[in-house]
Structures are given as C-alpha cells and as structure tokens.
Design a protein around this ligand. Structure first.
Ligand code: FE2
Length: 229
C-alpha cells in the first residue's frame, strides 16, 4: 500500500506521499563499488575513538528530519517498540554536518582525513554530499521495520560487524547482506528493518547525497537471499 508507514500514528501529507511514490520508483538497492581495506581500517580506527562519545540522540535527530518532510513524531511515538529498539541498540556519531563541514570535535583528527577520502571515493557516484555519520549497532542488535523520510538518500559502507537490510517491496521481501568495504545505496523510503547477526559491534558509515543519473540507470543489485512473498 502506498504511504505505508511504520506506525498508524504517522500521517504523511499529500506532498510527502507523492515524494515517497517518486522515491520508491528509484528501486531498492544498488551496489556502487568498494573502498580499499586500508581506508576501511583508517575509518574503523577513527570510529573506535568516537565510540564512547556517540550518543543516542538519533531519535530527536530523526524527529526533526521527519517533521521537515511532513511526518509527525509525537512523544508517544518516541516510545514505540521501534524507537525503543533504537535506543537500546543504536548509537550515532555525526562526523560532518548538513553542509558537509567536518564538525569541530573531529577536525584535524585522523578520522576527518579518512572521511574526506571516503567522500572523495563516493563523489564518483553521487553529488551534493552532506551529512556523514557513523552508526554503531550492538552485537545481535536490530532496528525494527520503519520507513525513513523520502529524502535520506544514504550511501553506506560497512566497516565492522555484520549487517542485513530487509526490505518489504511490491515484489516481496528482499534481503541484502553487506560485505565489509562495499559501498551501497539503499532506498530507505521502502519499509525496511536491519540487524547485526554477529556478536561484534557493527560500524556503518553513511553519507547523504544524490545519486548520479547514470547510477540510477544501471541495474539494481540482486538480493542476497531469495525473494519471498
Ligand atoms: Fe532506516
């Protein structure tokens, strides 16, 4: 059903529904390339330093973002099982802000240099790179099914741990298992959940950007697991 959201309390307006429809037309997943293991290590080492500083401010971050795109997140919504799973499992550290500037705390650190190199690599695939963040998901942690605001456009790379993204699409359930160092774009305007099957902390690097047209015209990635209805 169009306009399907993670909770009945979310009532996107007509404009958001239209954007969701258009965004979903872009497909589900594309595997863009890989970064080399040296860059993976540099990013991973930088992220480890942030681990103790990352907080669980993700919910408020999401609430602001959703409000901007017409969704409403009430105090009650913040206590749903979805947000509880986020609070229990996920911590997040922002490395750059919306304008792409390296935030003060990380300037002149090895992480800032590594993130700059990462952004250089993905500029082959996307324009208008803005926010970069590192997402920490506990071992055996999960994020329940939800729909992200339609303009997230996250380009992602797995640095440590494991991750599977499960999407519910018109053609059924499609799962994608990321490998370390792989660069992916996922269309999180489709209902999706994610989990870390390993015992290790999952480190996922995200940068927001707009995929180049030639990438959107390329074939979509095959799901890692069989599609079922
Ligand atoms: Fe999401």
């Amino acid at each position: 059903m169009e306009g399907d959201t993670r909770s009945a309390r979310f009532r996107p307006n007509r404009q958001v529904l239209e954007t969701l429809r258009n965004t979903r037309a872009m497909g589900v997943a594309r595997r863009l390339g890989t970064i080399d293991m040296d860059l993976v290590s540099r990013l991973r080492d930088g992220a480890a330093v942030l681990d103790g500083q990352a907080d669980h401010g993700y919910i408020d971050d999401v609430a602001v973002h959703w409000a901007r795109t017409g969704f409403r997140m009430t105090e009650e919504d913040k206590d749903t099982s979805y947000t509880r799973s986020l609070k229990q499992n996920v911590a997040i550290a922002k490395v750059t802000d919306e304008s792409g500037l390296v935030s003060e705390a990380y300037r002149n650190t090895p992480l800032a240099a590594a993130v700059e190199d990462w952004r250089g690599v993905i500029s082959r695939y996307a324009d208008d790179l803005t926010l970069t963040r590192i997402n920490f998901l506990t071992g055996k942690g999960h994020v329940l099914e939800h729909v992200d605001p339609p303009d997230q456009n996250m380009i992602q790379c797995l640095l440590a741990g494991e991750t599977v993204f499960d999407f519910r699409t018109r053609s059924g359930r499609q799962s994608y298992r990321m490998k370390i160092g792989e660069i992916w774009w996922f269309n999180t305007a489709w209902p999706h959940s994610t989990r870390n099957d390993s015992d290790d902390l999952r480190l996922l690097l995200h940068t927001r950007g707009t995929l180049k047209d030639e990438i959107l015209q390329a074939p979509e990635a095959e799901p890692s697991e069989a599609t079922t209805n």
